[in-house]
Design a protein around this ligand. Structure first.
Ligand SMILES: Cc1cc2nc3c(=O)[nH]c(=O)nc-3n(C[C@H](O)[C@H](O)[C@H](O)COP(=O)(O)OP(=O)(O)OC[C@H]3O[C@@H](n4cnc5c(N)ncnc54)[C@H](O)[C@@H]3O)c2cc1C
Length: 462
């Protein structure tokens, strides 16, 4: 890691690659920076793909930067797929046959949707949702769809179901688990979302697994068969059973390199990296969804982080390290994720396991209408806050980030909870009810602190 003039090549123009490029440029005006991507000419917000289909946004609106931004900041862009890498020669090859050299290579190739070898998964009308090309394919198939079947009860599955419902296309949603996304959500939250899905006229089938996909005479989808033997007629099957690091081309490349007796890139589920995003090959780094940390970051953190904000943090950290004489290891901070389950917003902070862990407890409060809920998980003995799930209640990120990082007790959290509220339409009611739920469970009375949140959270903590 040094700050001499060099050519930095980044494969992938997603949030991690682009953040890295921007931050290198901010700190280093001399290095050449080139971003290569096969998917699109410019960076766009992948999280907004559904809104393009639903007609809320045009593709142009999903680009966080104007097209002139790149030239102005001397970040060169190439549209193309990288097919070969020669780490010894520090060179790469594009599908077009073009070759180019690099001094520093950053792999930011993202994820790819899973498919588990179901019979018929290659048929026309079967697809995942990850890329712009996936969206285009969905759009192309849409006029033929009388019913869509979405397989896999997770964040992208529910988005896909909502996309079809926005066009009045009937959807059957196959979820293998007992409740929606219950490998992640505790049962109460998962059941709240089950009910919400049904209210949106989505045919939710819990504990239902796909067995095979049936074809018509043209090779298009005709229906699915579940493991229970039920046949469901449909013209589209959405496979939304999670994603995995997009490293298949790197695996094939490794095979070529090892035939030539050359060093290969160490891969596991993703590209193995240190806390500094270094791979086993000098001057080659990996960030974002495709990177897998060799060492665990923290007991409750996964070694592959597949969310937007961590991609941004990876990019920022690596940019700093590439331009600094005092590189710093990645500090993941308090886990945070947010999503939307139809029109219910979801936020999660810290560690909220789907089942209670020994030594921890939680309170769960749900609004009588079943549209707003919060769970606070805490250490039993000390009552230190460990994690939070919120549904339909937008909370101030800084409040819970600080509370978990600093180990606030439940008393400190609850007496300040009204300051965490970000929903203008809410005033006190959810806060009071949550405090009442805690007091009822523990017998501890809590009174509200009056200092303003912006006055300083820290000052009103104890
Ligand atoms: C539909 C959807 C909704 C999502 N919603 C949320 C959300 O609400 N919140 C959240 O936190 N996260 C969400 N995510 C996840 C989030 O979008 C990803 O974590 C993030 O985009 C990953 O960024 P990245 O930079 O690692 O890779 P990517 O954004 O995947 O970018 C990688 C790029 O590299 C390109 N590439 C790969 N291989 C090559 C190659 N060989 N040659 C050239 N180019 C290549 C790819 O085509 C792609 O353009 C969502 C994802 C999807 C698919």
């Amino acid at each position: 890691m040094n700050n001499t003039v060099r050519k930095i090549v980044i494969i992938g123009n997603g949030i991690s690659g682009v953040t890295c490029a921007r931050h290198v440029r901010k700190r280093d005006s001399s290095s050449e920076i080139l971003i290569i991507s096969g998917e699109s000419d410019h960076f766009f917000s992948r999280t907004a793909l559904m809104y393009i289909y639903m007609g809320h946004m045009k593709y142009e609106h999903t680009k966080p930067y104007e097209d002139w931004f790149w030239e102005k900041n001397r970040i060169a862009l190439i549209r193309g797929w990288v097919t070969g890498l020669d780490y010894a020669a520090k060179a790469l090859t594009l599908a077009s046959g073009e070759q180019m050299a690099y001094d520093t290579l950053i792999l930011a190739t993202g994820s790819t949707p899973n498919a588990f070898g179901w019979p018929g998964q290659e048929l026309k009308g079967v697809q995942g949702l990850y890329s712009l090309q996936d969206l285009e394919q969905m759009e192309e198939t849409t006029p033929r769809i009388q019913r869509a079947v979405v397989v896999g009860g997770g964040l992208i599955g529910i988005e896909m179901a909502e996309m079809f419902r926005s066009r009045d296309i009937p959807v059957t949603f196959l979820v293998r688990e007992r409740n929606f996304w219950d490998a992640v959500l505790p049962t109460e939250e998962a059941k709240l979302i089950n009910r919400h899905i049904l209210e949106h006229h989505i045919d939710l089938r819990l504990e239902t697994e796909l067995k095979e996909i049936l074809a018509d005479e043209t090779g298009s989808v005709l229906g699915v068969v579940t493991k229970a033997g039920e046949e469901i007629a449909c013209q589209f099957v959405g496979l939304t059973v999670g994603v995995r690091p997009n490293i298949d081309f790197l695996k094939s490349n490794n095979e070529q390199l090892s035939k030539q007796g050359q060093s290969t890139l160490e891969l596991n589920r993703g590209i193995l990296v240190s806390g500094f995003f270094e791979t086993n090959i000098a001057d080659v780094y990996a960030i974002g969804d495709c990177a897998e940390f060799r060492e665990s970051l923290a007991p409750d953190r996964k070694n592959i982080e597949q969310v937007w904000y961590t991609g941004r943090m990876h990019g920022e950290t690596l940019a700093y390290n590439l331009t600094s004489s005092t590189p710093a290891s990645y500090k993941p901070g308090v886990w945070f994720n947010s999503a939307k389950f139809l029109d219910i917003e979801y936020q999660t902070y810290g560690h909220v396991p789907p089942f209670p862990l020994e030594g921890s407890d939680s309170i769960y409060w749900e609004d009588p209408n079943g549209k707003v809920a919060i769970r606070l998980v805490y250490e039993k003995e000390s009552t230190k806050l460990l994690g939070v799930n919120a549904l339909g209640w937008r909370l101030r990120h800084a409040f819970f980030d600080t509370a978990i990082a600093e180990g606030w007790t439940m008393e400190a959290v609850l007496s300040n909870l009204h300051k965490a509220n970000f929903n203008p339409e809410f005033f006190d009611s959810p806060t009071k009810a949550v405090i009442a739920a805690y007091s009822q469970k523990t017998g501890v009375a809590i009174s509200r602190k009056k200092t303003s949140f912006f006055h300083r959270i820290i000052g009103s903590r104890s």
